[in-house]
Ligand binder design. Structure first.
Ligand SMILES: Nc1ncnc2c1ncn2[C@@H]1O[C@H](COP(=O)(O)OP(=O)(O)O)[C@@H](O)[C@H]1O
Ligand SMILES: O=P(O)(O)OC[C@H]1O[C@](O)(COP(=O)(O)O)[C@@H](O)[C@@H]1O
Length: 312
């Protein structure tokens, strides 16, 4: 069982438009409304590929009820933590060249009681977990060290923790030594406090994080694929894709990596295959087995030191 925690879930509206122009009226050509938030997406990707997942989510308001209704389409065990404020709505605007503009709400403030309800829900629903995935931003009202606190509470219980978040929450989580983090390039640059223009720079940063106590770093690099540094080595992998929507691609990558054992180049291959499949699907649609092509992924153990990453 893989348990995901999404402290700040969302209803994701992906709008397809011919071209975004500030200050103009736009006619939308297609709308996708999907359950969202990073841990929710990881759980959707896992169950879509036959891996058992439980999603822990605070749910409030009409939007929370809609989120739960949309999740009934998936075979996910959902653990709801009642909250007074509504689940946020995040809007992504996708243009024909696959440029994505994301408008993410902060989310409703969680009260102290709701935060301790969330912590209790996590601690009470992980006995059968091999992995706990702490994913996405924290809503207002939660201490940025919340994920770090969960990592410390799970220490010594034989449960591995993966973290996919950003900013101060990621920095605090890194200091608590999780088994795995899945930053994208921007998040990694933020945590390192420096620019990382090349694949080699990403590898150096990932090694430094491992030296500081993080078990493994799976850095997703958009069109440049992903780089893994774990106890056994370093690999870079990428796959060609016809890009339609990148929303949720990082979540699909993390799900594929965990589903494949979360270790070494074969798990990296699956992660990149799931990410490449996700970008070819509309909205934040998670790939199913028929969409995923691990044979199209090229994995290298030698890092092309000078290779500049695409502008992102
Ligand atoms: N333009 C692209 N072409 C091919 N694959 C892509 C592209 N953008 C993203 N991907 C795939 O999706 C994965 C996750 O994308 P990324 O943008 O790094 O994550 P996040 O969604 O977390 O920001 C990448 O590792 C890659 O496999
Ligand atoms: O919690 P955050 O950082 O605001 O991100 C939430 C958004 O990220 C997503 O999980 C998509 O994530 P990625 O595109 O990074 O994989 C959306 O479902 C959601 O709207």
């Amino acid at each position: 069982m893989i348990v995901t925690v999404t402290a700040n879930p969302s209803l994701d509206r992906t709008l397809e438009v011919a071209g975004l122009r500030r200050g103009q009226v736009h006619r939308i050509s297609a709308v996708h409304v999907q359950p969202g938030g990073k841990g929710v997406n990881v759980a959707r990707a896992l169950v879509s590929n036959g891996v058992a997942a439980r999603a822990i989510v605070p749910t409030g308001g009409v939007e929370g009820r809609q989120l739960i209704a949309l999740l009934t389409d998936y075979d996910i065990e959902v653990c709801q933590v009642p909250s007074a404020g509504p689940v946020r709505i995040n809007v992504s605007v996708v243009e024909p060249d696959a440029t994505v503009t994301k408008l993410n709400e902060p989310g409703a403030t969680l009260s102290e009681t709701e935060v301790s309800g969330l912590l209790d829900a996590i601690l009470g629903n992980i006995a059968d977990a091999s992995w706990v995935v702490l994913a996405g931003s924290l809503p207002p009202g939660i201490d940025p060290a919340f994920y770090a606190e969960v990592i410390r509470r799970l220490d010594g219980r034989g449960i591995r923790v993966a973290v996919d978040t950003s900013g101060p929450a990621l920095r605090a989580a890194v200091a608590a030594g999780p088994a795995l983090i899945k930053p994208n390039r921007e998040e990694l640059e933020e945590v390192m406090g420096r620019k990382l223009p090349t694949v080699a720079d990403i590898g150096d940063a990932a090694r430094e994080l491992r030296d500081s106590g993080v078990g493994a770093v799976l850095a997703s690099l958009g069109g440049d694929g992903a780089l893994l540094v774990d106890a056994d080595g370093i690999w870079h992998a990428e796959a060609p894709a016809v890009v339609r929507s990148t929303v949720g691609a990082g979540d699909a990558t993390l799900a594929g990596f965990l589903a494949a054992g979360a270790h070494g180049f074969s798990a990296l291959r699956q992660g990149v295959a799931w990410g490449a499949a996700a970008v070819s699907l509309p909205g934040s649609t998670m790939p199913r087995p028929g969409d995923i092509r691990p044979e199209s992924v090229r994995v290298r153990a030698r890092i092309d030191g000078g290779r500049l990453l695409q502008a992102g």
